[in-house]
Ligand binder design. Structure first.
Ligand SMILES: CC(C)(COP(=O)(O)OP(=O)(O)OC[C@H]1O[C@@H](n2cnc3c(N)ncnc32)[C@H](O)[C@@H]1OP(=O)(O)O)[C@@H](O)C(=O)NCCC(=O)NCCS
Length: 194
């Protein structure tokens, strides 16, 4: 099981593509914000954090093996502006399991861009990588992220009470998932927004 996307990955309004050093300022514009990082497992980043990531894990262009994670930049097709990024991790070859995550510059929120990018990423996950199940792990307080996952057709499967000591407090986690059968049913029903 491998994923070598044909870049850019296109959706109606967006292009998904690997990140590069020319994205540093655009990434910094949202990844440095306290509010954006409130429910993610890292602190606001500075330029050197971003440079380190860009020369390490974020430089991947493909998923070649179990354990790989792909971070793709999300840009507006109309302007080329980078507005967020999206993660697809290949967790298990045996169970054909993966995980998805998303992050958007708040200036571009409320327009369905993150949902559209995540939907395009699920196409990669199911149609190209061949996953059976994709999960999202969301802090129970992160209402926009929960709504996004549910818009994608992910179902709430677990509520983990007080399971992580997270940024100074115990936090609850909601695990959501979508199966390849759910995905195919959505698309047979003609509900693909692409
Ligand atoms: C999670 C996050 C990406 C959600 O952003 P968002 O702007 O709510 O998501 P979208 O871009 O998909 O926009 C959806 C919203 O736009 C609205 N919308 C407008 N036009 C739309 C369209 N064409 N299609 C879909 N939704 C549209 C939706 O109704 C929705 O609003 P609602 O949630 O109030 O109902 C964002 O809050 C974020 O980056 N948070 C910080 C990082 C983070 O916590 N990541 C998650 C870790 S698990």
């Amino acid at each position: 099981m491998q994923l070598y996307p044909d870049y850019p990955v296109r959706s109606a309004r967006l292009r998904l593509r690997p990140l590069g050093s020319s994205d540093t300022q655009a990434l910094l514009a949202y990844r440095s914000q306290q509010d954006v990082c409130r429910f993610v497992p890292f602190e606001p980043m500075d330029a050197s954090d971003i440079a380190q990531k860009l020369s390490g894990g974020w430089s991947k262009r493909a998923i070649a093996a179990e354990g790989d994670a792909l971070i793709l930049g999300v840009e507006l097709a109309a302007t080329g502006q980078l507005i967020g990024d999206i993660m697809l991790a290949f967790k298990s070859a045996e169970h054909r399991g993966g995980e998805i995550g998303w992050m958007l510059h708040p200036d571009y929120g409320g327009q369905g861009y993150a949902t559209e990018a995540a939907h395009a990423t699920l196409h990669l996950a199911f149609d190209q990588l061949g996953l059976h199940r994709v999960i999202a792990r969301v802090d129970a307080r992160n209402a926009p992220s929960l709504r996004l996952a549910e818009r994608l057709g992910m179902r709430r499967e677990a509520y983990l009470v007080s399971n992580e000591w997270f940024k100074g407090a115990w936090s609850d986690e909601i695990d959501l998932a979508i199966l390849e059968d759910d995905w195919q049913a959505q698309h047979l029903a003609g509900s693909c927004p692409r």
